[in-house]
Design a protein around this ligand. Sequence first.
Ligand code: AMP
Length: 513
Amino acid sequence: MQSSSSYSTNALISLLASHLADSPDKILFRFLDDEMPITRQDFFSECEKFCAFFQEIGVQPDDRIVVQTPKSSKSLSLYIGAIMAGGIYIPLNPDFTDAEVSYYLNDSQPSVFICMSERKESLFKIAAESNVPNLYTLGIDNSGTLPQEIRTTNAIFIQEVARQDEDIAAILYTSGTTGRPKGAMIPHRALGSNAITLCAEWQYTEQDVLIHALPVFHTHGLFVATNVALVSGAEMLFMDKFDVDKTIQAMPNATALMGVPTFYTRLLQHPALATAAEKMRLFISGSAPLLAQTHEEWTQKTGHAILERYGMTEANMITSNPYFGNRKAGTVGIPLAGISVRITSEESLQEVAEGQVGSLELKGPNLFTGYWQNPEKTAAEFRADGYFISGDLACQDEDGYISIVGREKDLIISGGFNIYPKEIESILDELPDVIESAVVGVPHADFGEAVVAILIIEEKSTLKQSDVIDYVSSQLVNYKRPKHVAFLTSLPRNSMGKVQKNILREQYNSLFS
Ligand code: AMP
């Protein structure tokens, strides 16, 4: 493992700069349509322009820069430009509703907010209510007020702001079992160390061409995919979103794919998969459990064993199946270099025996520094000896391979997106006539899991399934909307009064399978 001091000046930027010096004209982003490729030089000068502009408008180290724009290569130069200016980059899902954006702006108190032109009217109003001083728009085609301002001010890039290991590069919001989403503060040390470790572990070089089809507001697409490509000097075949046909079309000119399990289950249905995958070097899956059956079918069809890895917003990547060696279906592999993982008993807090299920805890340079302005929550998630409590339940086999067997946190993962029931339950409880609610995830053939909402309502209520779905749709992003709403007369509870979600899950288990 590298010593943490290697990351004192942002490792990403210095590695980028060295790639740039080596071959400025090497392609960094290529597209499937007619769009012009983007070279290292093109990309880096965009990053510098954003950095210079932020410096000119007075962005200070640690100022937050919140960005809610569609995926584009520009959004990635904005990410690098923001951290070069010493800012803390906060990407938001472009589908978040106005109400959701309002929460994030109030919580993070940014000095800059950048959104898409189409939603300028309502979002600028919301941002003004949160006292955000600098508001801009940015479109995929370089339209919007931000590029306009950059052209007119002509701010010149001189130097990026020096940052230390523990300085925060980004905040990614992640939901919890209680309360609203929390901002995980990701330091430069975590980004630099994880990108370097993953490049070595997965044998990434500048000869690689990565199919980048993941969203760039989440750790998987923003840090794992992008940072690995930037640090190794690899090219990205860049797609605005995952599409089965386009991914199949991209494979003959690519070497690697990173995806969530839904990518793989959908690609398996394509008749041209085996031929398309012939020259690929590596298929990586993560963010949700990959069924052993999918792993096996993929190997049968393509001759490639999918490499499954495990990570989370707060810790970047934690474990991986080996590049060389046995990639065991149904496991997430072994801890990455420099990261210590232990599995402990909830009662004794001691490590459990091989094969026993316990709470997965970890420590290493990949870890976040805490939740934004939430020291109590931060303290509650760490053990006294510095181990972070992941909230996942896991066990380890005789070869040290880890399997994630459940979640202490009751998390639902649908199409690779994380959904915490509590957030939806709070919205449901706002509806008139709702006495109480429970939200669970049930197996779904396409999405992995689907959201089911169970409501207890007043006897004479006329509330219908469509009213519930309409209301949730007005408040939350589409993947959090229930796929089924059930009305019961009471919720099953244990002797401590806790709702027994396992019973509810069993009840609706075969709804979508
Ligand atoms: P996020 O913070 O959105 O990255 O979600 C992290 C959570 O996703 C973890 O705590 C796990 O519950 C789950 N997760 C990520 N990768 C895997 C995997 N390969 N297998 C099972 N669960 C996973």
